[in-house]
Design a protein around this ligand. Structure first.
Ligand code: ATP
Ligand code: FE
Length: 395
């Protein structure tokens, strides 16, 4: 069977058609103009307007690309939460209206569940391989098995979850602070980077890796380069916050960059070599924190007698290739001799998309677990509450 997936929880308007075998028949992502992002976040009113403009066309395109009509689609999955209320209303109303009109079942899925289940799409593996990007060559051959650990790192979340089944998740670590993706976005802005097509996070990664960068107005490419011969020594040291605790914090590292730039009299006064050193140091520290907390979470599961052999890393920040290399090396160092299966979706399925939403609805279709057409959106929705079942707490 075939599901239409709809996603509009943040700033991308997405529609996709996926089969029960995991074949991706279409994947439409309409990115919003990066200029809509103010203060490193999303302007809710502008985002809602864009979703309203773009959703009907995205659905039409997804059906056309799949070569299907709505009548041959078996059901509609949409993001019910968490996210910006007005944004969620767009995909929710579209899904419910299509469902009620055409008498099709609907599935309101949890956005982070969808990020976590993406690597279970069978066509991402071996003989089914449909992706040919360079990063795809790093994809492992085997999909993750429950129970697995999910490290979800995105624009709104920094989470370590124990996934016991497609809809049973326990939060092992989260943050009271800003998310890792948000910290990447802010730091890129403090460094004067222009977001480009792939956004601030990807711009920061490329800048740290030495790629030529474009800057926002007023920031030169090579201010006083000779003034700072040892740029790496000039930038602050980033310690891992909350050492030994199952919790994340990215507000501190972000502020350290902000303060450094301010003390230098603004980004236009900081030599480019120093800006790059700062980007590298921030990114390395951000990833070191992920590494350390992931190791802690795996030890925590071990202590509880839960055998975890697979680690899923998903969400927009998981498309960062420095992180992919570092995390592999870090886990090998921490658990020598054990073959942990570290699994990432291909980069274009790490950032928001509706393929993951359709896929998350798939097991519910099989189980006949439909939502009613009056289901309300859930802007705030803890993933532990997803099933409504009383799950055994782990800590
Ligand atoms: P959430 O999933 O928490 O609701 P979201 O859906 O807005 O948030 P995603 O689309 O999953 O977030 O991820 C977007 C985030 O990923 C942004 O903060 C962006 O800067 C970050 N990001 C994308 N690519 C990279 C990269 N290469 N390196 C670092 N960060 C990145
Ligand atoms: Fe997301």
């Amino acid at each position: 069977f075939t599901l239409l997936g709809l996603e509009s929880s943040a700033d991308d308007t997405c529609a996709a058609v996926v089969t029960s075998e995991g074949r991706i028949l279409s994947n439409v992502v309409v990115k919003q103009n990066q200029e809509l992002a103010i203060y490193g976040g999303i302007h809710p009113y502008a985002a809602i307007q864009r979703h309203q403009q773009n959703m009907p066309g995205a659905i039409r395109q997804a059906l056309d690309d799949a070569g299907l009509d709505m009548s041959s689609i078996d059901g509609i999955a949409y993001t019910r939460g968490p996210g910006i209320g007005g944004c969620l209303s767009v995909c929710s109303t579209a899904a419910k209206t299509l469902g009620a009109t055409l008498n099709k079942p609907i599935f309101g899925v949890h956005h982070m569940q969808a990020h976590a289940l993406t690597p279970l799409i069978p066509t991402l593996y071996a003989a089914h391989r449909t992706f040919t990007s360079a990063a795809d060559a790093e994809q492992p051959q085997t999909p993750p098995q429950f129970p697995f650990l999910a490290l979800l790192i995105s624009g709104g979340h920094t989470l370590l979850l124990l996934a016991r089944s497609p809809d049973e998740f326990t939060t092992l670590a989260t943050t009271p602070d800003i998310s890792i993706g948000n910290a990447f976005d802010h730091v890129a802005r403090y460094l004067g980077l222009a977001p480009g097509e792939r956004g601030y996070g990807a711009a920061l990664e490329a800048f740290a890796a030495g790629a030529p960068a474009s800057f926002t107005h007023g920031v030169d490419a090579d201010v006083h380069d000779a003034d700072e011969p040892d740029a790496d020594a000039a930038v602050p040291d980033f310690a891992v916050p909350l050492r030994g605790q199952l919790a994340f914090s990215y507000g501190g590292p972000r502020s350290r960059v902000e303060i450094f730039v301010r003390e230098r009299g603004g980004v236009e006064r900081v030599p480019e070599a120093t800006r790059r050193a700062l980007a590298r140091a921030f990114q390395a520290a951000a990833v070191r924190q992920l590494e350390e907390k992931t190791v802690l979470a795996l030890r925590h599961c071990e202590g509880l007698g839960v055998r975890v052999q697979d680690v899923v890393v998903s969400g927009g920040v998981a498309s960062n290739s420095y992180l992919r290399q570092r995390l592999r090396a870090g886990l090998n160092e921490a658990f020598p001799g054990t073959a942990l299966n570290l699994v990432y979706p291909p980069p274009h399925l790490c950032t928001d998309n509706a393929v993951m939403v359709a896929w998350a609805g798939m097991h519910r279709f099989a189980a006949g677990d439909f939502d009613t057409y009056d289901a309300s959106i859930r802007p705030k929705w803890r993933i532990d509450e997803y099933t409504g079942k009383a799950l055994a707490r782990l800590h």
